[in-house]
Design a protein around this ligand. Structure first.
Ligand SMILES: Cc1cc2nc3c(=O)[nH]c(=O)nc-3n(C[C@H](O)[C@H](O)[C@H](O)COP(=O)(O)OP(=O)(O)OC[C@H]3O[C@@H](n4cnc5c(N)ncnc54)[C@H](O)[C@@H]3O)c2cc1C
Length: 398
């Protein structure tokens, strides 16, 4: 259990209160989430009472400023929270994580005062779910090539606004969201990043449709779907920040902070995988002794623990720099890159420790192995992380 002396105070939550919060979350993970993992895997639905408990714990507003009803945790505090919660099946995170991360971040960073005052308290309270719609069928890593367009157009009462047309793909929580931040091209003359804007589109907008949930490898409990916009009209006040042409920068800033969150999720998954493997190795006997006594099995555990410790140092260092007001684009990319690769290695080694049992759905390692894979893909693939890191590094030398 963490004691306050070892924990960072945030601007809004002191170290003592934060230590108590982490202890509460630890109990929530051990007593509520982990016992219901098998149920989540088979039903693919987060139980309503679990969602309600998450609301009561304040999980929807972890990152949102207290002025808007959130907890306003520092980045370091948020990382430590994600780490604990990610020890349970990743599917549970779908309930609140988009409100904490990519769904609210762009709004908090670049929204107008009116936009923030209208949306953020609802997101912090978990009254509605937010999602962030960048990816398209023909625009994944190459965000600047997106084709969804927004054209100026008056609404039914003659008021100024925009009409949006296009398809967004793989959108987390699109099926349950109430607010969609949509990236669209507002300047048809500008084919790159400068012609892109972000719009805050409510669920009940005429012309907005949601595709059917995709069947995916892991992270059961949350869905990704297409978001289809067919001449969907929104008022001028829906333009994020009130100024066109800023959407690409907002998206990149949103993803920079989201990447530290992904890295923290990797940490929690690694910890759980190591715990499961170590416990199993001490109990399982072969050749007359626990398999934990074989040095080749110990090597699997030692390499995993080392990966976990190295990742933790990297992620917390990036978080502290972020809290100190530094630009952490490169560090966040390094952290996400290293953490997601390390998680892949750890999940693979820990599954190996369980032998055949590791391959069975009755044991958590099988799920952890599947849940882990996407960390190397979403919020910037491994290759895109390498490009971001190298580009930033080379800038220092040119
Ligand atoms: C579970 C899940 C949830 C998601 N949630 C969201 C969401 O909420 N909102 C959202 O907008 N998107 C979301 N995505 C989409 C995700 O961000 C994209 O899948 C990701 O950015 C990669 O894009 P892509 O799939 O089109 O792959 P592509 O960009 O087509 O890449 C294919 C391959 O080419 C490589 N590649 C591409 N460009 C380069 C390059 N320049 N140099 C070297 N290699 C390159 C990639 O690394 C990859 O290996 C989600 C995806 C998943 C699987």
């Amino acid at each position: 259990m963490p004691d306050a002396a070892s924990l960072p105070p945030g601007p809004h939550v002191d170290a003592e209160s934060f230590a108590e919060f982490l202890r509460t979350l630890r109990r929530f993970v051990d007593e509520v989430l982990i016992p219901r993992e098998q149920e989540l895997e088979s039903t693919e639905v987060i139980p309503a009472e679990v969602v309600e408990q998450m609301r009561e714990l304040g999980l929807y507003g972890l990152s949102i400023h207290p002025d808007y009803g959130g907890l306003g945790l520092s980045t370091t505090q948020e990382i430590l929270v994600h780490e604990v919660l990610s020890e349970a099946a990743q599917g549970f995170r779908y309930a609140y994580s988009s409100n904490v991360g990519i769904g609210s971040r762009g709004l908090a960073l670049d929204g107008t005062d009116e936009q923030k005052a209208f949306w953020l308290p609802r997101l912090a309270a978990g009254e509605l779910i937010a999602c962030f719609c960048v990816t398209e069928p023909d625009a994944g890593s190459d965000v600047a090539s997106l084709k969804t367009r927004a054209v100026p157009s008056t609404g039914p009462g003659g008021e100024p606004g925009w009409r949006l047309t296009g398809t967004k793909r793989f959108i987390t929580n699109a099926d349950v969201a109430g607010l969609y931040t949509i990236l669209a091209r507002t300047d048809p003359q500008e084919s790159g990043a400068r012609g892109i804007s972000a719009f805050l589109v409510p669920r009940n907008t005429e012309g907005l449709r949601i595709g059917k949930p995709e069947s995916k490898l892991g992270q059961r409990g949350g869905n990704i779907c297409d978001v289809i916009l067919d001449d969907a009209w929104v008022p001028a006040s829906a333009l994020l920040g009130g100024e066109p042409g800023k959407g690409f920068v907002t998206a990149m800033r949103t993803l920079d902070s989201g990447r530290l969150g992904v890295a923290a999720n990797c940490l929690g998954q690694m910890r759980r995988a190591i715990d499961e493997a170590a416990r199993f190795a001490l109990e399982r006997r072969q050749f007359g002794q626990p398999v934990a006594e074989f040095q080749l099995v110990q090597a699997l555990l030692a390499d995993s623990e080392t990966d976990w410790m190295a990742t933790r140092s990297l992620v917390l260092d990036a978080a502290r720099n972020s809290d100190a007001g530094q630009n952490v684009q490169r560090m966040a990319a390094c952290a996400k890159y290293f953490a997601s690769e390390a998680l892949g290695r750890v999940a693979d080694r820990c599954l190996q420790v369980l032998g055949g049992a590791g391959y069975l759905a009755d044991y958590p390692l099988e799920r952890i192995f599947r849940d882990a894979r996407v960390a190397r893909i979403y919020e910037g693939t491994r290759q895109i992380m390498q490009l971001v890191i190298a580009r930033q590094l080379l800038k220092d030398y040119s």
